[in-house]
Design a protein around this ligand. Sequence first.
Ligand code: HPA
Length: 269
Amino acid sequence: MKAILDILAARFGALKPRHAVILGSGLGSLVEAVENPLRVAYGDLPGFPQSAVSGHAGELVGGTIAGVPVLMMSGRIHYYEKGNAAAMRLPLEVLKAFGIEVLVLTNAAGSVRDDMPPGSVMQITDHINFSGENPLIGEETDQRFTGMTSAYDPELAAAMHAAASRTGTPLHTGVYMWFSGPSFETPAEIRMSRILGADAVGMSTVPEVILARFLGLRVAAASVITNFGAGMTGNEITHAETKEMAPVGGRRLAAILTDMLAAEGKNNG
Ligand code: HPA
């Protein structure tokens, strides 16, 4: 951890970001919103996990968005890559130790709602951990009993909505259900998820939210809808479709996040 922090301090030290954004599959283009970007490859950070999934770069990008210092993780490792729900623990601990207070998580997800088509952006207001996994299993301090009642920070959620309306960008809200992946869901699982209260399904984010709350970071999260859930159309779901469709909603999400960060900067002087 010390070695990583030294490298980050040398590269991004003057920036002092308090906001970090984790980019989901196919959402790497969000880094284009970063002004004067500085980069560090995960491979240069000792012990830092690399995602081997196509559509995920592997670098930290630091810079400003609308003048507000920000750190972006372009690429993240997933539970399904190694079966380790705590795979993102070190990166999140690093962000925390580097001074990050607000974490914005993004992902590509499937919609289980007819009125939320591909290209939509959905603010995550709550989640269902359907995987049965938890990144805090094995943690030995009482901190493991992390409260999840307000996991998705209400103030940040309001700020995201305000940014969406200021920029005229449609923003859905809903519950995200975590499936382990990497196979996609079956039509029966999609029907089940809808009955259980989900609006979108995906293979990430939930373990990061749990870890972030454990570490005391404030969390906002949004899904970019890349497809309807299995069985909702006649089509098979593919990763190629995820990568192809993510930039469509990604542009909308970039508009929202840029405005949200600009407002955060004003509020926090
Ligand atoms: N299911 C799970 N994860 C996903 C999907 C999906 O339909 N689309 C993009 N990520």
